[in-house]
Structure formats: structure tokens, C-alpha cells
Design a protein around this ligand. Structure first.
Ligand SMILES: NC(=O)C1=CN([C@@H]2O[C@H](COP(=O)(O)OP(=O)(O)OC[C@H]3O[C@@H](n4cnc5c(N)ncnc54)[C@H](O)[C@@H]3O)[C@@H](O)[C@H]2O)C=CC1
Ligand SMILES: O=C(O)[C@H]1O[C@H](OP(=O)(O)OP(=O)(O)OC[C@H]2O[C@@H](n3ccc(=O)[nH]c3=O)[C@H](O)[C@@H]2O)[C@H](O)[C@@H](O)[C@@H]1O
Length: 480
């Protein structure tokens, strides 16, 4: 007979997009476990204590916090106590791309991870399972183990396991509640197997056992990078085909539908777009490229680098098309940018393709009104000041003179020459486009960077309609 699962004391270092929602879901499903989330930033921790003003927007998240906060879910800045008390410590700190020094522009910055590990090594006095939740280079667990073994007295206290996170923003709660799989990698020793089993027991509170897969450490670390690389590769593949479709008269959505019905290819992640964004796809591929280069695997590195090259190209060519279609100049023209988040249902803007599009249009002299239902004002301006990460501005831009951030979509489009859709928010599909057309300068252009709108209808209203992977719908005679 199997024994009842242990009432584990769980702590998570890092109260961000991964640490916060993951711990909420564990707390909800494991009422016998005490879950404490610790972060360095007091403001962020204070926000997590208020379900109505959480630091991140995720559908369903505030209800989860409301149901568990103060019962078995706690947020704190007291990292040391949280570590001391825990049996299982998740480390979910950021691993962003390095911006300076060796490997700058490609390698992952592991300083947050190392400092979390050093703190654990310094304060822990009882046995701990350390869970690498952050996305890391392959063999990173070796570094953690070295940090933990610097003090031979405490070395035996620690078991490191890798448990990558596969949630996507905007659907984080659902992804955590119903994951395709949970992956746990551990050392192939009796103690390693025991650590993996204990973490699997936590997930087994709500995830079917057959979906919890276990493996060795390096395969687990590698699988996370590869999963993101394959997903991003599909988007770059379909985006490259969108250009071919525009040149030939084929329709990229029709092509995606036709190939996606082949069960070997599958229908998901074949939506052509202005380019993928988000904090991870670019970072993790760059990390994979760097790792491959470091190992002398030049062809492997070059292969994966192309995924980024196509993504950059897609963002650039989308904006070039805006300029060329609008009589080769957008200088002094008002353009309404609809959507600034990197995808719908999130307020996150990390690596958002909208920023590249905005910057290119600023370069061309346009005046921009930006509307997004969830991106906070200060975050948008901070992004605008920094510019796109892979092509930062060479000179300061007169941002405040040329950009307005508006909270009413109809105000954004009033007097505009063009609408540029950068994020696939559902609300953009149901706007009053007759009213919008009436308030715009003619000819009124729409550039749908997400292929979400009803293009035929917009054309009938009178718009010049440009989408991805299709010929434009234009009222101009073709043979002038
Ligand atoms: N955002 C996402 O959707 C996903 C992210 N990941 C990976 O998860 C990791 C975390 O990503 P996010 O949650 O998006 O990052 P984030 O930036 O939202 O959160 C990281 C948090 O860690 C905190 N932190 C930094 N050093 C710390 C320390 N020593 N002790 C305690 N807290 C510390 C920061 O203050 C921050 O609040 C990254 O490696 C990322 O690649 C994996 C899957 C999905
Ligand atoms: O490691 C991570 O951070 C996460 O990265 C992605 O999740 P996320 O970036 O939150 O969101 P996605 O839904 O993957 O979208 C990423 C970008 O690709 C774009 N996209 C997505 C799908 C598609 O068909 N076309 C497309 O352009 C989205 O608009 C968005 O800009 C992965 O989907 C998660 O499994 C992974 O855990």
C-alpha cells in the first residue's frame, strides 16, 4: 500500500511570472503543503498580498491567490527564513541574455541564479531539494552542485533536480492546472531518485502520473531549451512562408490549415505574425546558439540562429511594407498602434515585436498613438526609452513629442492615416470599424500584423487592407 504524500514545506525564490503562478497552483492543489514565495523586491511582494492588484496579469490568477493567501500560501522578503524552513526550494529567478561581457548578446546571465544558490548554501542547515525552475544552459545543475559542495559539512544536505516550466503567459493558470507534461530530471543515484520521487509526489496531487515524466539532469535541462527552440522555429518557418505567399498570391493561413491537418505536422503554432516576442524564445535560442558555439558545433549554432534572423526580418519587412504602401513616406503622419504586449491576455512587453515596429516607424518620422488594454503606462515608456534589445537606438528619440499612449482606442485612431495591429487582443476584432473609418484620414490603411481581423469586411467599409502572407486588398486601380 502506498503511503500518504508528505506534507512538504515548499519555498520559491523569485515571485515573477513563473514563481508566482506556479506556487499559487501548488498551494491550491496541495492544501497539506505550506508554500512560501520569497523575492528581493518588497514592492512586488506587497502586490502579491493584494489579489486585486497583483504584479502580473493572468486570467484566473487573482481567484487562486484569494483562495490560498494566508492559508497555505505566503509571500515574503525574508528569504533566509523561507529557505531555512523549506524542504523543497524552487529557484525561479530570471536568466536573461547577457548584455555586456563574455557571451554578451547570446549567453544567459546566471548571476541571479548563483546568488540564490549561494544564499541557500549559506543559510540552510537541514536537507533540501533544490529545484532548478529557471530555464538554464545544459549542465547548469553542475554549477549549483559545486556551490553546494564548497562546504563539505553541508554538501550532503542538497539534492539538485531540474523541473523546467512550460507555461505560456496569458494561459499560465490553465497550463499549470492541465500541463501536457511535467518534466523532472535528477541525478541517477539513490538520493537523486528519491528527490525526483518527492517532487513528483507534489505534482501528483493534481497531475495524472502518466504525465509526470522523469529523466536525468542534462536531458531535462536540454529539453526545455529545445522545446522553446522548436516552438519558435515553427513561427519563423510559417513567417518565412508568409513572405513567399505575398510574392506568389498564395494565402499563408490556407497553407497553415492545409499542412496543419497532417498529424505529423500538427495545427498549433502555425499562426503567421509580425514576429514572436516574449521573454524566452529569443533568449533561449540565443542561449542554445551560444552553447553550441562554445562546444564547437558551428553548423548547429548557425541553424538555430536562423530562427532569430527570420524573426528580425519579419518585424523589419512588416514595417517596410507599411512605409512603401503609404506612398513611400509616413513622415508627419499619425499612425495608431493597436497592441503593445507581446501577445494577448498579458500585460508583459518583454521583447515585444511592437517595439521594433514602433521604432522603425519613428525612424521614418511618423507620429504614433499607442493603445493596449493591459500594458501599464510606465512600463510602455520604459520600453520605449530602451528600444528593441537586438537593435537598440543609435541616438535618442524625441519620444514624448512623437508618441502618445492613449487609453481609448477610438481616440488612438481619430485623425490617423493608418492602423497597425501588433497584438492579437480579441477586442480588436469587434471594434466599430465603420465609426473608425469615418474618423480617419483617407485613404485609410489597416496593417494587420496578426491576421485577426475580417479583412473582406474592412475592405468593403473602404479600408486599404494589408495582412500577412496575402496580397493586399486595395481600392487603387492596379494598372495606373
Ligand atoms: N515568463 C515565462 O512565461 C516563463 C519563464 N521561464 C523561465 O523562468 C525563469 C523566471 O522567469 P520569470 O518568472 O518570467 O522572471 P521574472 O523576472 O518575472 O521573475 C524573476 C523574479 O526573481 C527575483 N529574484 C532575482 N534574484 C533573486 C534572488 N536571489 N532571490 C529571490 N528572488 C530573486 C526577481 O526580483 C524577480 O521578481 C527564467 O529563467 C525564465 O526563462 C520558464 C517558462 C515560462
Ligand atoms: O519558456 C517560456 O517562457 C515559455 O515560452 C513560450 O510561452 P510565451 O512566450 O509565454 O507565449 P507563446 O504563446 O509561446 O507566444 C510567444 C510569441 O509567439 C507568438 N506566436 C505564437 C504562436 C503562433 O502561432 N504565432 C506567433 O506569432 C506570440 O504572439 C508571442 O509573441 C512557450 O509557449 C512556453 O511553453 C514556455 O514555457
Amino acid at each position: 500500500m502506498s503511503s500518504a504524500p508528505r506534507a512538504e514545506k515548499i519555498c520559491c525564490l523569485g515571485a515573477g511570472y513563473v514563481g508566482g503562478p506556479t506556487m499559487c497552483v501548488i498551494a491550491k492543489n496541495c492544501p497539506d503543503c505550506k508554500v512560501t514565495v520569497a523575492d528581493l523586491f518588497a514592492d512586488k511582494i506587497a502586490q502579491w498580498q493584494d489579489p486585486d492588484h497583483l504584479p502580473i496579469f493572468e486570467p484566473g490568477l487573482s481567484d487562486l491567490v484569494r483562495a490560498t493567501l494566508g492559508k497555505n500560501l505566503f509571500f515574503t522578503t525574508d528569504l533566509e527564513s523561507a529557505i531555512r524552513e523549506a524542504d523543497i526550494i524552487f529557484v525561479a529567478v530570471g536568466t536573461p541574455t547577457k548584455t555586456v561581457g563574455i557571451g554578451s548578446g547570446h549567453a544567459a546571465n546566471l548571476c541571479f541564479l548563483e546568488s540564490a544558490a549561494r544564499l541557500i548554501a549559506r543559510v540552510a542547515t537541514t536537507p533540501k531539494i533544490i529545484v532548478e525552475k529557471s530555464t538554464v544552459p545544459v549542465r547548469n545543475a553542475e554549477t549549483l552542485m559545486r556551490i553546494f559542495t564548497t562546504n563539505p559539512d553541508s554538501a550532503r544536505l542538497f539534492q539538485v533536480v531540474n523541473n523546467p516550466e512550460f507555461l505560456a503567459e496569458g494561459t499560465a493558470v490553465n497550463d499549470l492546472l492541465h500541463p501536457d507534461r511535467v518534466l523532472i530530471g535528477g541525478q541517477t543515484t539513490p538520493a537523486g531518485h528519491e528527490a525526483v520521487r518527492r517532487l513528483a509526489d507534489v505534482y501528483a496531487h493534481w497531475v495524472p502520473r502518466e504525465r509526470i515524466i522523469t529523466t536525468n539532469l542534462w536531458s531535462s535541462e536540454c529539453s526545455k531549451l529545445v522545446a522553446n527552440a522548436f516552438l519558435a522555429q515553427r513561427i519563423s518557418s510559417i513567417n518565412s512562408i508568409s513572405e513567399l505567399c505575398e510574392a506568389t498570391g498564395a494565402d499563408v493561413d490556407e497553407v497553415a490549415r492545409a499542412i496543419g491537418m497532417d498529424s505529423r505536422i500538427g495545427a498549433k503554432f502555425l499562426k503567421s505574425s509580425v514576429g514572436f516576442g516574449g521573454s524566452c524564445f529569443q533568449k533561449d535560442i540565443l542561449n542554445l546558439v551560444y552553447l553550441s558555439q562554445s562546444l564547437g558545433l558551428t553548423e548547429v549554432a548557425d541553424y538555430w540562429e536562423q530562427v532569430i534572423t527570420i524573426n528580425q526580418h519579419q518585424k523589419a519587412r512588416f514595417t517596410e511594407r507599411i512605409v512603401h504602401s503609404m506612398f513611400h513616406t509616413i513622415t508627419g503622419k499619425k499612425i495608431a498602434v493597436l497592441g503593445f504586449a507581446f501577445k494577448k491576455d498579458t500585460g508583459d512587453t518583454r521583447e515585444t515585436p511592437a517595439l521594433d515596429v514602433v521604432y522603425k516607424m519613428l525612424d521614418e518620422g511618423a507620429n504614433l498613438a499607442i493603445y493596449d488594454p493591459k500594458v501599464p503606462d510606465e512600463l510602455m515608456w520604459e520600453d520605449l526609452r530602451h528600444g528593441p534589445s537586438l537593435s537598440p537606438p543609435a541616438r535618442p528619440m524625441p519620444l514624448e513629442e512623437r508618441i502618445s499612449h492613449v487609453t481609448d482606442v477610438y481616440q488612438a485612431v481619430e485623425g490617423a492615416h493608418a492602423i497597425v495591429v501588433c497584438t492579437e487582443w480579441d477586442e480588436f476584432k469587434t471594434l466599430d470599424y465603420e465609426r473608425i473609418f469615418g474618423s480617419m484620414v483617407k485613404p485609410a490603411f489597416i496593417f494587420d500584423g496578426r491576421n485577426i481581423l475580417d479583412h473582406q469586411r474592412l475592405f468593403q467599409i473602404g479600408f486599404e487592407v494589408h495582412s500577412l502572407g496575402r496580397r493586399p486588398l486595395t481600392h487603387f486601380p492596379q494598372t495606373l
